[in-house]
Design a protein around this ligand. Structure first.
Ligand code: GLN
Length: 270
């Protein structure tokens, strides 16, 4: 396997250490095992070479290995389902920190892999969660992940557009909706714009289309003293401030991500 590492290093123009990690991830083995003198059969070798070619084209490694890490959780992910980002890991941490009373009921709009719901289910062991998505593909993936963490009894998946048809009042409504402004879609990295689902990224004209729909439709289904937490585009703060001032009487605060970009809005009904 030693020569496979060299080959991957040269094909992808990466450092040896990265090549070791890639070979290990693609073969689903520990990193040190790439230096074992184990023979690798022809079929496995061909498969690996094909996977390396996909990587070279820009396919995200998560779609090739069909897994991704989200906080402490190993999640399954496949093409057509949005790969959860570091920003959303931090989003979950902020939600947990800001939530004073453990919520009885949580709604996660546009759950994708189910990442946010799974992390919140662990943080709030007494909560019941409803997680929605419009994509059957995403729900299939979320179902696998929820089953893996034995949360089927607590996280209920619903196929719907945003929160259409949901009536129960919630203590906490969370979402990472599509929020990239249409004009910026073309400047996303190749691996994102060609391989990840556009439906999970395209936030309309100025990136706030779904955020506004979410706010408008959340207010009637949120409990008094309930909270809404939404991940947003880094340039959306002023537009959303105007919207919130004119259309709602919610108390709001914007929070920055780990790169100091305005990335989250927290809304409370007081
Ligand atoms: N932060 C994501 C990206 O830039 C976009 C996430 C989203 O639209 N929800 O790839």
């Amino acid at each position: 396997m030693r020569e496979l590492v060299t080959r991957v290093r040269d094909t992808l123009c990466v450092e040896r250490r990265e090549a070791e990690l890639i070979v290990a991830a693609l073969l689903d083995r520990p990193r040190f095992s790439v230096y074992f003198n184990e023979p690798i059969d022809d079929r496995a070798r061909t498969l690996l070479v094909m996977k390396v070619a996909q990587l070279k084209q820009g396919v995200p490694i998560e779609y090739i290995t069909n897994r991704t890490q989200f906080l402490d959780y190993q999640l399954c992910v496949h093409p057509g389902v949005f790969i959860p980002r570091t920003e959303t890991e931090y989003f979950v941490e902020l939600i947990i920190k800001k939530t004073k009373r453990p919520p009885d009921s949580i709604l996660d709009v546009g759950t994708g892999t189910g990442a946010i719901s799974i992390a919140l289910a662990h943080a709030f062991p007494s909560s019941t969660i409803i997680a929605t998505d419009i994509s059957e593909n995403a729900l299939t993936c979320a179902r696998t992940n929820i089953a893996r963490y034995r949360l089927i009894q607590r996280i209920h998946l619903v196929r719907t557009d945003m929160l259409k048809g949901l009536a129960a009042p919630f203590d906490l409504i969370v979402s990472n909706p599509p929020y990239v402004p249409r004009s910026r879609l073309h400047s996303l990295p190749k691996s994102v714009k060609y391989y990840e689902p556009l439906i999970a990224l395209n936030g309309g004209e100025d990136g706030t289309k779904f955020t506004k729909v979410l706010i408008e439709n959340s207010v009637p289904v949120m409990k008094d003293r309930g909270c809404i937490a939404i991940e947003i585009d880094e340039e959306a703060e002023s537009d959303l401030t105007d919207y919130l001032k004119t259309n709602t009487c919610l108390h709001y605060s914007f929070k920055k991500d780990l790169f100091q970009k305005s990335r989250y809005v927290f809304l409370e009904k007081r």
